[in-house]
Design a protein around this ligand. Sequence first.
Ligand SMILES: [Zn+2]
Length: 282
Amino acid sequence: MSSAASPSQIQSQQAKLRRLVNCPGNDICAECGAPSPKWASCNLGVLVCLRCAGAHRSLSTQISMIRSLTLDRWTDEQIETVLSIGNDKANEIWEHSIPPGAKISMQSTPEETIAFVRRKYVDREWSIHSDNSDRNNANSTTPVPTFVPSTTQHIMVNQVQAGLLTIQLIEGVDLTPSDPNGLSDPYVIFTLGTEHNRSRTVQKSLSPRWDETINMRVPSRDLPLKMRCMDYDRTSRDDFLGEAALDLRTLQDGVPQNLWVALGRVDRGQLHMVLIYTALSE
Ligand SMILES: [Zn+2]
């Protein structure tokens, strides 16, 4: 989309990145406490030292996406994510119930560091929402959704959260054609309370394949998940391809639900998705 950044854009970006360093707790590495961390996980919103950045890189980029504060290009969204989270808030979540002595230090070996970040972000051993989880269920075959804050969704620890909704938007079928070529450029907007999330646009298709994961906060399960399918138009208003609403109270905590949703207010079209609701507290 956008081309190379201008010198002034780079300058303002550098200024924003410097602000990151002043966020509470960002003066030391979120993992080992080393001073003046120069790397960041731009989706987890933490600043880390070079060694711990290496450990983060051993995780999938779905879990942690590492960027250098000085060497890499950042999107505004990535900067905003890290600005809105920061080490203190992130550790309130990910190290919520960490026992004394479990934290690593600057003296820890690379192996210990990797094992630590795995326990912290992959197994989510100490995170705020594993408090009430039944440890005996560890062998259960039910897939537990990985809690990965996307770059469009910031964790607000001060906000009351009833839960998290992971939407795996798979595909649409038999959507309404709305363009002169007999096709559409569909995308989906999900709304939960005041939060909106938009899927990417699939060009020229009535059977779009999204294969996209969207995470949303659920302030209350009484709120319906609303979805609106639209056709993207470059030169005019986007066209309406149908809408639907889902009652989240029908979802079982932690159990993936495979759904085909018929689009209303139009005479054709369905969306295929998997929803996983994860309760955050009792
Ligand atoms: Zn470190």
